[in-house]
Design a protein. Sequence first.
Length: 454
Amino acid sequence: MKTSRKAKTAFFCSQCGAEHPKWQGQCRECAAWNSLIEEKARSGKVTRRSSTSIDPQALTRISHDSTKGYVSGVGELDRVLGGQLLPGMTVLIGGEPGIGKSTLLLQAADAYSRQGLSVLYVTGEESLSQLKRRAERLGVDGERVAAVNATNLEEIVSLLGKSHYAVVLIDSIQTVSSDSFDSPPGTVAQVREAANQLVTLAKATGFALILVGHVTKEGMVAGPKVLEHIVDTVIYFEGDSSQLYRVLRVTKNRYRAANEMGLFQMNSSGLTEVTNPSSFFLSDDNRTSRVGSVVAGVCEGHRPLMIDVQALVTTAAYGNPQRVAGGIDNKKLSLLLAVLEKRCDYPMATNDVFVSVAGGLRLSEPALDLPLLVAIVSSLMNRPVDGQTLVVGEVGLSGEVRAIAEINRLASEAAKLGFRTMVLPEANLEHVTEKSIELIGVKDIQTALDKVIG
Ligand SMILES: Nc1ncnc2c1ncn2[C@@H]1O[C@H](COP(=O)(O)OP(=O)(O)OP(=O)(O)O)[C@@H](O)[C@H]1O
Ligand SMILES: [Mg+2]
């Protein structure tokens, strides 16, 4: 008698991808609530092998991979990739819908091909004619870029086995699906399987692999979180779609410090590098003194950025004062206001406070604390801040101004951009070698306010 075998299913966490035999309310790995979804488990038995070809080696014996990395020639991209794309390296580029991931990928494909490398662009989301239309708009001739519209994992793997490419780009990993699973593309099991197989193949064959991964605001099914563990480097492509600039931000890099960023501008002919990042976010070159506006200095990775931070303080019309922060964390703003009220006696509880970082850039640098407070007090007191003064410093809970990192880079960049004065933490003062800018060291918030606002 023939019995029908029931398809075996398992429950996968949509946040971290952990597998559970039964449904439960909370994932046992990452503790996320209500994140388990049922999917067909992989068919086939686990086989035990009696012999193996894997062979452990002493670390000293392992030969250095002498192959050189690939440089695209697009400085901002190379920087976030740690200087070069290494053979076998796997990169995940995540970003919200429509931010420009495919544009970046196509331009990267073109850049690598111009360096004489063979590039394969696998698109699962767009037809080849759509890709061609974009390529024409971006001015990409793509002589050495091979494009294919494919979504089947086994087909892609066999294609990669047949011909050798130096760089393989997949747009996007959510569209790739394997025959071993019944679940639709984009589900946790499919995404994880596709990423696993492609990454393994990249390491074995030696091509560099760049995957595009979708993120949604809700952190929906099989967002890059599952993938982040698998790949070497994770980069987020972000920016405000109403703004022209786009930021490539590294969140993980297995071989380099993960704090670099790359800055691009988006226009009809695609992404162009921002060549003057340090002054890109300054509102004008001819700097005048204004109320509630301060120039702050922060170091993103090893690059100094000078940014306008602005504040508007008005009397609260209703019971609860409003705190609205653009570009920084709202909690951070509340904390800074609490310090200002408690340590310097400014009446913040009766005022609405709005702050924003120019250009809508999102920053979490502690060096922004002091300039934000200066901007807030300047607006509150209606007194201008000198536009030729740069302010940097982290603020502690007791109102002290703490030292920040990379002070020398900031000081020399500020001098280069023509700032006259730099207000900085006193603890940093002795480390600054730049002599062409007036340095004012401050110990606490009140001293800084006295010096800058007067
Ligand atoms: N003709 C154009 N002129 C200016 N900007 C354009 C033009 N066409 C597209 N763009 C920009 O490119 C963006 C879309 O880029 P792209 O398709 O690379 O995004 P994506 O991140 O791949 O999106 P998806 O998530 O849908 O794949 C648009 O949001 C728009 O800002
Ligand atoms: Mg796209």
